[in-house]
Design a protein around this ligand. Sequence first.
Ligand code: NAD
Length: 489
Amino acid sequence: MNIRDNHSILLPAATIAGTRHGAPNRDAGNAIHNASTGEVIGWQEHADAGQVDAAVRAARAALDAWRNRTPASRGAVLRKIAELLAADRARLSAMQQQVSGKPPFEADTDVSDAIATFEYYADLCADGSLFAADTLALPDHTVTGERHYEAVGVAALIVPWNFPMVTTSWKIAPALAAGCTVVLKPSEFTSPVEHRLAEIMAAAGVPDGVVNLVNGGGEVGARLAAHPLIDKISFTGSTAVGRMVMQTAAQDMKRVTLELGGKSALIVRADADIEHAVALAVGGAFTNAGQMCSATSRIIVHDDVYRKFMAAFEAAVRALVVASPQTENVAMGPLVSRAQRTRVEALLAQGVADGAKIAFSGTLDSACAEGFFMAPVVIAEPDTANVVWTEEVFGPVACVKSFRTDDEAIALANATRYGLVATVVTRDDEAARRYRDALRVGLVWINTPQLIFPQVCWGGLGLSGVGRELGVAGLRSYQELRHTIVSRG
Ligand code: NAD
């Protein structure tokens, strides 16, 4: 950050129309931690009601000039953001590692994802066709019809801590492409990297007021969501808070996109390559220490290969190096905060008290004592009513259950009110197609890791949310669809 004092990060309460407001005091509630060491590495101020209001008004004041630019002109700014992110890759990755404790390869992947997202929406702007009005063929020859897309207006963007900069780019890039102006509220746990992203956007030529940032927790998010001058809320976070945001939005009929929780399945058929299935299971359950909305924490394995799978899975989990980002061969980092670890441990303890059996766990070395680390845990054959099987744990806890028929596996996978993603491991193309059609989720990966591309929409069914991010639908979610019918005579 460019605001440092004795190497501490010092974040203002808000950046409004390019100006920083409110310096932090050093109250414990304002501390920013290093997740691997538990050390305080800086402080941040939380925005007050006046600062939230000023940020929304700044976005409103900047709206007309930004949305009246050509898409190509907005796209040029997005392209420049992608270039500056690439130039700043090492620092952004280091910040992710410091704040969240992500292993270097995970932090680097996050930076690459953000760059690819800005590039993709820059390309859509340069192409221009998704922004132009088009003519509709109507069954009445005395009239012509036209379809137009215009920016929704001012968008409130509220994001969680697990993929800072990534979930943020998924919102900011399409919002700016569409011609919206925004107020971003990052998570209070990972705000430094979002402030850096805001600095980069300003350096890339985003005009003052187009992107504003307010710091703080749920209170600040709630105030922002309720502001009457907000037209659209894009929220990523828990289903519980998503519900509150949707209720708030209903007051003014604000448009909403909600990317919420999940409890996703990975299905291993009897014909699967078991080594590959284990690699996908480890990645799906323990990447980002399991703190993923898309975590495939319910692993469903065919009876015929169950023992073989479990033996290989145990060896792989025991071999995982759980450590700080600086450790050689690190595979999994800490949880984001002490509070998150306490929450995950409490859910696990509840599951065990209710009868869940831990099959095996990974190990922590003594260097992990100070950070927010937790060893990966695998539970075998929990009851389908046990919390570890039903609730989003959002930590390194995976469950494995066996099945005999495809119908049984599909029923187990679909027996949840969430519906974000699923992974299927099979060598049978026909079976893969049947699973694809039957699984009630937004995205199915067949024999692949959790690949994410900006061209492919992200979002789920049921309690996993409303709407889609990324892809063309991600752009459309920041546009209003309008029509004109004109007499030919
Ligand atoms: P959270 O719901 O506690 O917080 C998310 C954001 O909302 C934070 O910025 C928080 O400060 C803010 N917030 C809290 N209360 C608010 C309120 N009343 N009004 C407005 N804003 C409020 O979630 P979290 O703990 O930060 O993140 C973990 C959750 O996010 C998990 O449930 C996970 O599944 C979900 N998530 C979903 C996706 C997805 O794409 N579907 C991606 C990442 C995370």
